[in-house]
Design a protein around this ligand. Structure first.
Ligand code: MV4
Length: 459
């Protein structure tokens, strides 16, 4: 195992990686921007290196500064966390060329899943069900119109260089498609390295299911069951759970078996190793691959808590060339876990709401875990993602987890910034949530705007 590692991230995930690494006997190096110098993740590491000014481009995305910090401290491996440089194949290559281990998938696997249209072809050839759509990217609008007739409206334009919902456009008619095509290509050109787009059949209200993958460098790949991630707003997840209510009490066994089989086939087709996630849409009894993410996901704790597998620990072991020591048959779910993402945001406008955390008192109790990037007295700055913490609640059953979550959310005290704890409370009260009837429209359909009188922050 490594004796010293560098954590190329910030906030709650940097703290988690630090805790796991120290627990495995490794020394840790944190890196930080000027905006983060006072945060817990900097103080808790064995060493800390300043990267640069607050903007991510000059700090957490600064490849040269990250490599210099690793060299200077003698770190043998770099854990990228999620976001920032975590899915950057060029960074992974540069790390390995510097004689340092990238704690993540092989760069070749990252490159195979980067172009979403190429990824569709690759997994389809391996027998994975994909959303009906175009085999190739679209050379012109005439091809788009012809393909849409074949697929049937409504269709969804997606940017091949996108992912995570960026650069999509729905078309209900040929006229909308003509208009959307140019806009989508232009947006893709501005946002990504490639301006290519492709078409899929559009599902108006699918469930979003994902499967956790873990593979070693010796050809052993397992999945760690599914997560349900349908509750989101503007492509930002809000609540995630393991497992999906779709499969509780042995429901839909054939769909579940197809989902896991498809996830393993996709991971193997990409030549995947380390921790990754295969994303699917579920609609009317069928699952469809949409993309694979080459990183540890924000919501990985719900999988850890319900399978007993330490994902970050295994990321380090796999990166150090160790073999997985368990078989697929050993993976069964124990209990249920919910994750609530706590955002520093305006509850009405859903804009980030930075400011000082005058009061920050997380709940405690059986099955309650809080992964926070901040402590009371810290300041939430506008430079990074507004997620300040993850409240993760587990129980023997989904009902027990929900009951514990209600108590935990009622106890949680945050003052000084606007936040979304009241939104989480309303989600837990929605009959559709309690009954597990979830899809990507859940929030708009079942959870109204905040009460006129609900006060989010105290003066
Ligand atoms: C879709 C879709 C409907 N039909 N594809 C958004 C995130 C990206 N990974 C894929 N996304 C979607 N792709 C087809 N053919 C609806 C979504 C989608 C969505 C997916 C997962 C979680 C939340 C979502 C919210 C809105 C739309």
């Amino acid at each position: 195992m490594f004796t010293k590692i560098l954590i190329a991230n910030r906030g709650e995930i940097a703290r988690r990686i630090n805790t796991v690494a120290r627990g495995m006997g490794m020394k840790t190096v944190a890196v930080f921007s000027d905006a983060d110098a006072d945060l817990p993740f900097v103080k808790e590491a064995d060493e800390a290196v300043r990267l640069g000014p607050a903007p991510a481009k000059e700090s957490y995305l600064n490849v040269d500064a990250l490599l210099a910090a690793a060299r200077q401290t003698g770190a043998q491996a770099i854990h990228p966390g999620y976001g920032f440089i975590s899915e950057n194949a060029e960074f992974a290559r540069a790390v390995s060329e510097a004689g340092i281990v990238f704690v993540g998938p092989p760069p070749e696997a990252m490159l195979r899943m980067k172009d979403k249209s190429e990824a569709r072809r690759l997994v389809a050839a391996a027998g994975v069900p994909i959303v009906p759509g175009t085999r190739d990217v679209l050379p012109d609008v005439a091809t788009a119109l012809a393909e849409a007739e074949r697929i049937g409206y409504p269709v969804l334009l997606k940017a091949a260089g996108g992912g995570g919902g960026i650069g999509m456009a729905v078309a209900n008619t040929p006229a909308e498609l003509e208009k959307g095509f140019r806009a989508c290509v232009d947006r893709a050109r501005a946002a990504f390295s490639r301006d290519t787009v492709y078409l899929e059949k559009y599902f108006p209200a699918p469930r979003h299911l994902e499967v956790q993958i873990l593979g070693d460098l010796h050809g052993h790949t397992v999945h760690l069951l599914e997560r349900e991630c349908s509750i989101q707003r503007r492509h930002q997840k809000v609540v995630e759970e393991a497992g999906s209510p779709l499969f509780l009490e042995g429901l839909n066994p054939a769909v579940r078996a197809t989902l896991f089989d498809a996830a393993l086939k996709a991971a193997r087709a990409f030549g995947y190793a380390n921790a990754g996630t295969v994303e699917f849409l579920y609609s009317e009894g069928a699952v469809y691959f949409i993309e694979m993410n080459a990183r540890l996901q924000v919501e990985h704790p719900v999988t850890e808590l319900t399978t007993g597998v330490d994902l970050i620990g295994w990321q380090f072991r796999v990166a150090a060339n160790e073999r997985l020591t368990f078989e697929q048959a050993a993976i069964t779910r124990i209990g249920h876990a919910l994750e609530f993402r706590v955002y520093a945001e305006d509850p009405v406008k859903f804009f980030p709401s930075p400011g000082p955390l005058k009061v920050f008192r997380p709940p405690t109790g059986d099955g309650v875990r809080l992964d926070a990037g901040y402590a009371e007295g810290n300041v939430v700055t506008p430079f990074y993602d507004p997620m300040i913490a993850k409240l993760i609640v587990s129980g023997a059953s989904r009902a027990e987890a929900i009951a514990r979550a209600k108590v935990a959310l009622a106890e949680f005290r945050i003052e000084g910034i606007k936040h979304n704890l009241p939104l989480h409370q309303r989600i837990l009260e929605a009959p559709a949530f309690v009954e597990g009837r979830l899809d990507t429209r859940f929030l708009e359909q079942h959870v109204g705007p905040p009460h006129a009188g609900s006060q989010q922050t105290k003066p």
